[in-house]
Write a protein that binds this ligand. Structure first.
Ligand code: 5CA
Length: 159
């Protein structure tokens, strides 16, 4: 029930409803902080975890969101080619500042400001994927093919 959720998870649930996605946000007793932990907690393959990774366009403060399969590693060279410049790492403070969420709970939607978003094409092959819902204990389920409509992101091969 939404009433039992922590404030950050509730924010994500509200945003999903606003966007017309009836996804249920679940807060679990086990940590879902990393893709491997989330997969274990929900009982799915690690590839079905949609991790929301924040990068920083080099030389600027422009945040970039990559929604990647938990099985994949984002190729920063490819990402840089797509964004038109080198990619820098985002530290924990930058992630929180730009998204309003802490690392380990960053969701694919509901950020403080809209982020330029790229979606790992591999995720579209899964009927069921799980994404973070605002805290390191909260997730929601959706069909991989719904990620573009949900996030406005561009589907790319980036790993
Ligand atoms: N809740 C799960 C998925 S449901 C989750 O958020 N997984 S994640 O992979 O998207 O989040 C962990 C990611 O945060 C790591 O892959 C890494 O990119 C990033 N991260 C972890 N520690 C740091 C750190 N100290 N500084 C910057 N980024 C970090």
């Amino acid at each position: 029930m939404a009433e039992g959720l922590s404030p950050s998870a509730r924010r994500v649930a509200a945003r999903l409803r606003e966007l017309g996605f009836a996804a249920e946000v679940r807060e679990l007793p086990e940590t879902t902080r990393t893709a491997a932990e989330a997969a274990r907690a929900v009982g799915c393959a690690v590839g079905q975890i949609a991790k929301s990774l924040v990068f920083r366009a080099g030389g600027s403060d422009r945040p970039i969101l990559v929604i990647a399969s938990g099985a994949n590693r984002v190729d920063e060279g490819r990402l840089g080619a797509l964004t038109g410049g080198p990619i820098g790492k985002a530290d924990a403070a930058f992630v929180r500042e730009q998204t309003g969420f802490a690392i380990g709970g960053v969701p694919p939607v509901g950020h403080r400001t809209p982020l330029d978003t790229f979606i790992d094409a591999d995720l579209l092959g899964y009927d069921e994927v799980w994404a973070a819902a605002g805290t390191p204990f909260a997730v929601f389920r959706l069909a991989g093919r719904d990620l573009p409509a949900l996030t406005g992101g561009r589907v790319v091969r980036i790993t």
